[in-house]
Design a protein around this ligand. Structure first.
Ligand code: NAG
Ligand code: NAG
Length: 229
């Protein structure tokens, strides 16, 4: 039988559409980065920070996000514009969000913009595993499993403006969590490397920490400042 070019083209289109649909419905990530940030290092930069409208956050690490990532180091983003952030779905979590996931962006605001960005950019890429409420409650729950500030302080690493070795910071977090963290630094306004974010990896179901399949890139100085907040 001779196939007419038009029907062949239609067939190709249908097969392509089908594989796209299958891909988008299945899980397109392998694990999560659970990222916590030190507010002192966010604020101690050229751009500075603004405290949320609810007041100065606690002197503690705050959640930045729970980011789906792939084992090859790449990550999906902005996966479902059809399910934008809806604050009414997490009304029962808002008081925990304010204390554990504070925004520091300017101008001062209540945090909904930050949380909405995290959901729209990252959370929509793990919807096959966690719906919006599950995404935020999972991150809040992960924070209760490891007290990073306590782990550092127990190792004599205090947010008092002193410099600490990168290896001592990693060891302290590994000792308390059982898993090797990734440390991200930023620069203060005079160019000193400082402890900015701590990454731990989480299995794709969101239920617990795992060893990281791959680490982000970038590096801290060997000695990093832990600024006061
Ligand atoms: C910060 O705390 C550490 C650990 O207790 C201590 O060794 C260091 O001298 C302190 N630095 C400042 C500037 O107080
Ligand atoms: C910090 O400054 C150094 C050079 O002083 C630069 O190489 C590095 O990229 C900066 N890091 C960040 C996170 O901006």
């Amino acid at each position: 039988m001779k196939t007419r070019p038009e029907s062949l083209l239609l067939l190709i289109k249908l097969v392509t559409l089908h594989s796209l649909l299958v891909l988008s419905a299945s899980q397109d990530f392998d694990f999560f980065y659970f990222v916590q940030q030190w507010p002192g290092s966010y604020c101690d930069t050229k751009h500075g920070c603004c405290y949320p409208s609810t007041g100065k956050p606690a002197s503690d690490f705050g959640i930045h996000g729970l980011w789906p990532n792939r084992n090859d180091g790449s990550y999906p983003s902005n996966c479902d514009s059809g399910h934008p952030f809806d604050a009414s779905k997490i009304s029962d979590l808002l008081s925990q969000m304010k204390s554990n996931w504070p925004t520091l962006s300017c101008p001062s605001n209540d945090g909904l913009t930050f949380w909405g960005h995290e959901w729209d950019k990252h959370g929509t890429c793990s919807e096959s595993v966690l719906n919006q409420h599950g995404y935020f409650s999972t991150a809040l729950n992960l924070k209760t499993k490891i007290n990073i500030l306590q782990a550092l302080e127990n190792a004599g690493i205090k947010p008092n403006g002193s410099q600490y070795s990168l290896s001592s910071i990693k060891e302290a977090v590994k000792g308390a969590s059982g898993y090797t963290p990734w440390i991200e630094c930023n620069n203060d306004s005079s160019g000193n490397s400082q402890l900015y974010q701590i990454y731990l990896c989480v299995g794709s179901s969101g239920s617990g920490f795992i060893e990281c399949p791959v680490f982000p890139t970038g590096r801290c100085g060997n000695s990093v400042e832990f600024p006061v907040f």
